[in-house]
Structure formats: structure tokens, C-alpha cells
Unconditional design. Structure first.
Lengths: 283, 232, 319
């Protein structure tokens, strides 16, 4: 029962995608959409293949990936510990709150002029923009994750003889881990979305740069190929992180609320002992 | 409380039973009065006053054995010794074979057994239990109560149990304290002699029910009722 | 299943919106905020289109790409963009034609006065800022070639999106030179920190800079309107040439940047010229150069870039 449910889910995902792709192919060819504005899907795929074959795609993707990993890695290194600290210390968080809320709405492109001024050209400003575009979100999320831990778990630890430090490290951290891992995954998606903005500043390679250049030279098929590449790499990263999540959280399970409330007929699977855990897209 | 004594606190919901336990555990501060433990006022938490919750509150990322070993790790025992003590606790509570199970794989009753094993493994001077058997079904509850009684008969631990089951209190306790609704005051204190003769059981049950439904001050008024002497 | 069908229909509906709409009413000409588009500013300011019986709105757009995109969508019927942008767009399949010139020259290489770079040879190993696939890059590569330098190996090209950013980068030392355009070149010199290493007119005298584009279907359907607009264009160009002081004034007014003295200084004959004349040969030459540099996808020999008829007719009428 469970296997069949899973298989059906994958099949459905493909159906929608296939539908959209056929539209993408057919509408420009029929002229219902100006092919100069939206080239057919097949042409975009050919362009992508050409870029891959010439090695250009890998160079660009590698450059962008490097920047994203650096920028996001930096973000995590700063936001996770800081978030833990602020999550635990009410007073410290009060100090920080206003500043964080003021800075958060600033979208990455808004930081470009400052990035150029402070870091010059090339990789540093790009990495900075990715850092700045993700750090506050991860910070706020970490604070929430830390505060969201069931306090009784900590109480149990304390009354079992754990000191403050050990209780934080050995109980609070693992308890917050599921939410933190989801946060890291979502943050990675956010970091990857900053790529185009980050590469608006004087770089010579990168998927964002590829798209920008393609736009300025009116190569819409390259724009779309670049977008496709970005989407695929982002997907790959997400899958990797999801794998990591599953590996680290093997102790998790249990029925999720949405499984009971979501689709009609799905809940019945539960009664028959089917449709278990692990199929949540955000898991 | 005296050492080795099993005290059950009964009272209607919301009268502050849980808060009382939290104060004794050192997790909350009282707004008035004080708690003394081993002659000294309680200022914080510690392993000598272990708390067991209504929801088992096991660490979900650890196996049953891992949970039990947690407190032992905090004590700094060596791995071999930890494993031995944990296995013994598992045996004592009839959990043999479930050592490698994760909490989500265990039933409610099993989880509470593990929680109990976890607490007993660190050998606390005072065991605090907050309606520990309330969240399981009646049959399991009965079994767990029998189990608790058996452990108590052998180990004579000092236990402070909070419950709203009269039967449970009478089954397990050496002394029953009945609290009124908010603001809670002690309205009844019953020393019991074990084993309890069946006739006395019914009698006490009635009396307790009466005082619970009456509300306040039927029998001995022990004053504010928030002064509990610890065992020396 | 029904839900999926609904989504599909919705997407069809949305896609139809992208089918290019033509606004009824006045014709739209998109021009950039740049010196050599001053004929359009003058025409707009003096109401020359109205005098010619045309209903025209001149729209100022800061980005060449956006002008071409608007032309492709049909939001604009005509526009003024750099010649390289026009050639690239046509190479990529846009149904546009170049119908007139609007400016020549005005592009060159800027360095810091104190950098010790006095000749093109001194550029070896240096970083040069430019805008990818623009006239600034095309002419830079030409100039480097003619001075015996390899654009890939002897220098390091750094790509920017904005002219102003390149000037800042040069000033702060992040790059050693920038291929840029007036009035930024003269401005840097006047401020005292910049030196112009050379104008690209040295390599290609009177090279085309910006051109006037028209949608092909507009040309076919309303040739008389195109003629009329070009007649106005000729008038404005002549006006600007005859009275540079006035032209500078208008530029300052429309761009709301730079001061009149600076603009007038940058309009001097050696540096740039406002012009309407256009030949097919010079466009072909530019296209061939771009093709050689790998900027075009198709062999330009097989492409139609120019339609000179409207301009010729406009000039005959003027006689």
C-alpha cells in the first residue's frame, strides 16, 4: 500500500511537469507566443546541451556553486551559533531584535552598490551578497528552532543530572536538529536564488552572469537554458541535503497531521496501515 | 517527607500540583514559602530530585538503552558500567529486548517504563512523578501501577507522586495529601499503613472523594500547606 | 484530472498575454539617456513632431536592452540604441531594421592620470573594464588588436553592467583602465584624475555609435510615418550641430545629470558628432567585426540590417 502511494506521487509530479513542458514546446511553435520572446523548449534544451558540450556550462555552474557554498557556508557559520546564543538568551535577543528586523527586508540586489564599494570586483562581492541574503533568515529561523524545543526535554535532562552546558549540547541541540536541518535546506534554496543578483557585479563566469549576458545579447534561449541549469543545480543541492536530513534523522517517524487532514481517501491508508512517514516535500 | 516514604498528592485539575513538583525539582521558584531538601533550601535542579512527566519525554534520538544511559553518562560512569546498569534497569522494568528500540517504536506504556528506568538508573534521593500513568490506557495503567508498587516494595525509594486518581493514590502511597482547588490548601492528610486492608480502601476512598468534592477545609487544616520537610 | 485541465487552461491564458500588444494612439520612440540621442530630445522639446503632423511620444529609457525588448514586444515602434545592440538583436532574429544614424564617435579608453599608463603597450597585464558585447568592447578589442595586444592573453577584461560603475572602479583602483564613453571621459579629465589614452576614432574615424531602429512591420505598414520621423530627425541633427550650446543645455535638462560646460566640452567635433547619415557598408563592416570577435551567431553577410529607403525619401523631401 505504501509503495504504491509513493509511486503514484512520483508519477503525478511528472504529469504536471510534462504538461507544462509540452505547452512550452507547442505554443511558440504555433506562434501563439512570439518565439523571440519565448523560444520552444527543445531549442532551449539544445542550447543547454551545446553549453554542456563546450564545457562552458560546467565552468559557469562551478563558479556559481563555489560562490554559493562559500557565501552560504559563511552564513551558517555565523547564524547558527549566534542564533543558538540569541535563542537561549532573552536579553541578548532583545538587543538584537530591532536591528535584525530592520535589515531583513533588504533584498540582495539592494546590497549590490555597497558590495561593490566594500569588496570591489569578482568573487568577494558576490559571496558577500549571498551571505547577506541568507544570514538573517537563518538567524531568525535558528532562534525559533531553539525556542521551539519542548522545554520538558530540557527539564528531564536537568533533573537527570545534566549541567547547563551538557543539557544544551546533548539535549537542546538534537531536539532542535530536525527544524534546523529543514532550515538549512530552505536556506540553501534561498542562497541559490541569490546567485543572479550576486553575479551582477563584475564577474566573468557563473550561471547568473550567463543569464545576464544572454539577456544583453538577446539570446533568450540561453537565458532560459541558464535558468534551467540553475533550477537543476538547485534541485540537486536540495536532494543532497534531503538525503543528509534523512540520514541524520533516522530516529524520526510517526504520523504527520497533514496526512490525516490532506486528501480525501489518503487518511484511509492509515487505517490499513499504509501511507507512512517520509513523503513530505519539506521533510 | 521521610526517607523511603511514598507520598501521593491528590487534587482537582489546576490547583497547582504540577507547579508544586516543579518547585520541588528546582525548576520553578515559589512565590511564597520555601522547600527544604536534606535540611537545605532548594535553589536549583539536580539529579537527586529526578522528575518524571506525564508524557514520557524520552529523548527521541536515543534508543531505550541510550535514554537510560543518559543520566549515567552525566554521572561520568565508564561505558561498560553504564551498559551494565542500563541493562539491569531494563530487566527490572520488563523491557528486555527493547534496548535498541527508539521511543517512537514503543507504546505509551513501554515509553513510561523506559522513563521510569531512566530515572531509577541515576538512583535519585527523591523521585518526583507528575501524573505518570495518566496518559496510558486503563489496562496498561493498572500494570504500571503494580510494577511501581513492586519496585517500591523492593527499593523503598522516596517518591512524591502527583495524581488525580484516588485509587492510584491509595494503591501506591504511604501518605495521601489532598489539596483543594485554587488557591490550593491541604485539606486532608492521611497516613496509611501498608498493606492496606480492602475494607479500609473503600472507606478511605469515600472520605477522599468527599473532601475533594466539598472543596475546602474539612479535616486537619495544615495551614498554608506549602511547607514540605525533606528527609534527613 | 479536472484540476489539471484548469491549470493548463490558465497557463494558456497567461501565455497569450505575452503575444505582443500594440498600444493604440501616439507612436512610441524609446531612446537612451545618452548624449548622442540629443536630436530626439530637441525634437521632443521643440514639438517638432507635432509640427510635422505626427503624434509621437519620446520615452527615455536607461537601458539599451530594455529598448530592444520593448521594440520586440511592440511597445515601441522605433528606438535609438548603440549599433552593436541593434546588430546583435537582428542577428538573434528580431524583426528590426536600422534606418538612420544618430551619433558617431564618443568612445575611448580612460586611465588614471597617475597610473603611469601612457601608451597602449603599458596596458599589458592590466585590468580593463568594459561592458560585454557592447560597442565599448568591440572597439576596444579592435584597438588592442591594432596595437598588437591580445584581448584574451595580454590584458584582463572585467565585465560590468553600468558605465558609472566602471568609472568608480577605475577611480578606486579596482581596474586599471575602462573602455567608456562621453561625457564620462571628459568628466574624469576635468576632475583631474583621469587621462584619455585614446579615442577609438583613431582606429576607425567617425565610427558609428548609436543608430535609429524601427520595427519591420511598422516600416511596412506605415512607411510615411517613418519618413516623417526621420525628417524631423534630420532637422534636429542639423539644429544640434549648428548650436552645440543649445544642444548641451537640452541634454542637461533631459538627463538631469552633468553640467552644461562639461556636456558642451564633450560635444566637440573631435570627440563625437551627431549625425543622421548612414551607409550599408559601415554597418556591414561593424557586423563583420563583431562576427570575427565571436559575438554573432550567424554570418552577417546573409543578414539584412539596414533599410535606407525611408531616410533617402526623407532627405529628398527636405530638398
Amino acid at each position: 500500500m505504501r509503495a504504491r502511494w509513493r509511486w503514484a506521487a512520483g508519477w503525478r509530479g511528472l504529469v504536471l511537469l510534462a504538461g507544462l513542458l509540452s505547452l512550452w514546446e507547442v505554443l511558440p511553435r504555433l506562434g501563439w507566443v512570439d518565439p523571440v520572446l519565448l523560444p520552444p523548449f527543445s531549442r532551449v534544451v539544445v542550447r543547454l546541451a551545446t553549453l554542456a558540450g563546450s564545457g562552458a556550462l560546467w565552468r559557469h555552474a562551478g563558479a556559481s556553486l563555489g560562490r554559493v557554498l562559500s557565501g552560504y557556508g559563511l552564513s551558517l557559520a555565523v547564524a547558527l551559533p549566534l542564533g543558538f546564543y540569541l535563542g537561549l538568551s532573552e536579553r541578548a535577543e532583545q538587543f538584537a531584535r530591532l536591528t535584525v528586523q530592520l535589515l531583513r527586508p533588504l533584498a540582495p540586489p539592494a546590497w549590490i552598490p555597497l558590495a561593490l564599494l566594500w569588496f570591489g570586483i569578482g568573487n568577494p562581492p558576490a559571496v558577500f551578497i549571498i551571505f547577506v541574503g541568507t544570514v538573517l533568515t537563518v538567524l531568525v529561523g535558528t532562534i525559533a528552532a531553539v525556542r521551539g524545543v519542548d522545554k520538558r526535554l530540557v527539564q528531564a535532562a536537568l533533573t537527570l543530572g545534566a549541567g547547563r552546558f551538557r543539557a544544551t549540547l546533548e539535549v537542546l541541540l538534537p531536539a532542535a536538529l530536525p527544524e534546523l536541518l529543514t532550515l538549512v535546506r530552505l536556506g540553501m534554496g534561498l542562497a541559490w536564488m541569490c546567485v543572479v543578483a550576486a553575479e551582477m557585479v563584475a564577474v566573468r563566469q557563473g550561471l547568473g552572469f550567463l543569464i545576464l549576458e544572454a539577456r544583453n545579447t538577446f539570446s533568450t534561449d540561453t537565458v532560459l537554458a541558464g535558468m534551467l541549469a540553475i533550477g537543476l543545480v538547485g534541485l540537486g543541492l536540495d536532494l543532497l541535503l534531503r538525503l543528509l536530513q534523512r540520514r541524520l534523522l533516522r530516529w524520526q517517524s510517526g504520523r504527520k497531521a497533514y496526512e490525516l487532514l490532506g486528501d480525501p481517501g489518503a487518511g484511509q491508508g492509515l487505517w490499513r496501515g499504509g501511507a507512512g512517514a517520509g513523503s513530505h516535500p519539506l521533510d | 517527607m521521610r526517607e523511603g516514604e511514598f507520598v501521593a498528592i491528590l487534587g482537582p485539575s489546576g490547583c497547582g500540583k504540577t507547579t508544586l513538583l516543579q518547585i520541588v525539582a528546582g525548576l520553578e521558584r515559589p512565590s511564597g514559602g520555601e522547600v527544604r531538601f536534606h535540611g537545605r533550601p532548594v535553589t536549583g535542579w539536580g539529579r537527586e530530585r529526578t522528575l518524571i512527566f506525564q508524557e514520557s519525554t524520552l529523548f527521541p534520538w536515543l534508543t531505550a538503552q541510550g535514554n537510560i544511559e543518559f543520566g549515567l553518562r552525566m554521572l561520568g560512569l565508564r561505558p561498560a558500567e553504564r551498559r551494565e546498569r542500563a541493562r539491569e534497569a531494563l530487566r527490572w522494568l520488563g523491557l528486555k529486548g527493547f534496548a535498541a528500540a527508539y521511543p517512537h517504536q514503543l507504546s505509551g506504556g513501554m515509553q513510561q517504563r523506559v522513563a521510569l528506568a531512566r530515572a531509577l538508573a541515576v538512583d535519585p534521593a527523591l523521585l518526583l512523578m507528575d501524573e505518570p500513568f495518566a496518559a496510558v490506557d486503563a489496562i496498561t495503567r493498572g500494570r504500571l501501577q503494580e510494577e511501581m508498587r513492586r519496585i517500591q516494595d523492593v527499593h523503598h525509594k522516596t517518591v512524591l507522586l502527583v495524581t488525580h486518581s484516588v485509587r492510584e493514590a491509595l494503591l501506591l502511597a504511604d501518605q495521601v495529601v489532598v489539596l483543594t482547588a485554587r488557591p490550593a490548601r491541604v485539606c486532608l492528610q492521611l497516613p496509611l499503613s501498608r498493606p492496606l486492608p480492602p475494607a479500609a480502601l473503600l472507606e478511605w476512598e469515600e472520605e477522599i472523594m468527599r473532601s475533594l468534592t466539598d472543596g475546602d477545609g474539612a479535616r486537619e487544616d495544615q495551614g498554608a500547606g506549602d511547607k514540605v520537610q525533606g528527609a534527613r | 484530472m479536472r484540476r489539471i485541465l484548469l491549470v493548463v487552461l490558465l497557463l494558456c491564458g497567461i501565455s497569450l498575454l505575452g503575444c505582443g500588444h500594440r498600444p493604440a494612439g501616439p507612436l512610441q520612440i524609446g531612446v537612451r539617456t545618452a548624449n548622442d540621442h540629443v536630436p530626439f530630445y530637441i525634437a521632443d522639446r521643440e514639438g517638432l513632431y507635432r509640427d510635422a503632423g505626427l503624434e509621437v511620444t519620446v520615452r527615455l529609457v536607461p537601458s539599451n536592452t530594455e529598448i530592444v525588448e520593448a521594440l520586440q514586444r511592440g511597445d515601441f515602434q522605433m528606438g535609438a540604441v548603440p549599433v552593436t545592440t541593434a546588430i546583435t538583436a537582428i542577428d538573434r532574429g528580431a524583426a528590426l531594421r536600422i534606418v538612420a544614424m544618430t551619433g558617431r564617435g564618443s568612445d575611448g579608453l580612460l586611465v588614471r592620470a597617475d597610473s603611469g599608463i601612457a601608451t597602449w603597450e603599458d596596458l599589458r597585464g592590466k585590468r580593463i573594464a568594459t561592458i560585454r558585447a557592447s560597442i565599448l568592447e568591440v572597439l576596444l578589442r579592435l584597438a588592442l588588436e591594432e596595437h598588437g595586444l591580445d584581448a584574451e592573453r595580454d590584458v584582463s577584461l572585467v565585465y560590468f553592467q553600468q558605465l558609472g560603475d566602471m568609472v568608480s572602479a577605475l577611480k578606486t583602483g579596482q581596474v586599471d583602465a575602462t573602455s567608456n564613453t562621453e561625457p564620462f571621459l571628459t568628466d574624469a579629465v576635468r576632475q583631474g584624475w583621469g587621462r584619455i589614452l585614446g579615442y577609438y576614432t583613431e582606429q576607425w574615424p567617425d565610427h558609428p555609435c548609436c543608430v535609429v531602429l524601427a520595427r519591420q512591420d511598422f516600416l511596412q505598414q506605415h512607411p510615411e510615418a517613418v519618413e516623417g520621423i526621420l525628417r524631423v530627425h534630420v532637422r534636429s541633427v542639423n539644429w544640434a550641430c549648428a548650436d552645440p550650446g543649445y544642444a548641451a543645455q537640452v541634454i542637461v535638462e533631459y538627463l538631469q545629470a552633468f553640467d552644461p560646460e562639461l556636456v558642451q566640452a564633450s560635444l566637440s567635433r573631435e570627440k563625437m558628432s551627431v549625425d543622421y547619415h548612414l551607409t550599408g557598408e559601415e554597418i556591414a563592416r561593424m557586423a563583420a567585426l563583431m562576427y570575427r570577435q565571436g559575438l554573432l551567431e550567424h554570418d552577417p553577410a546573409g543578414l539584412e540590417f539596414v533599410d535606407l529607403e525611408p531616410l533617402q525619401r526623407a532627405l529628398e523631401e527636405a530638398k
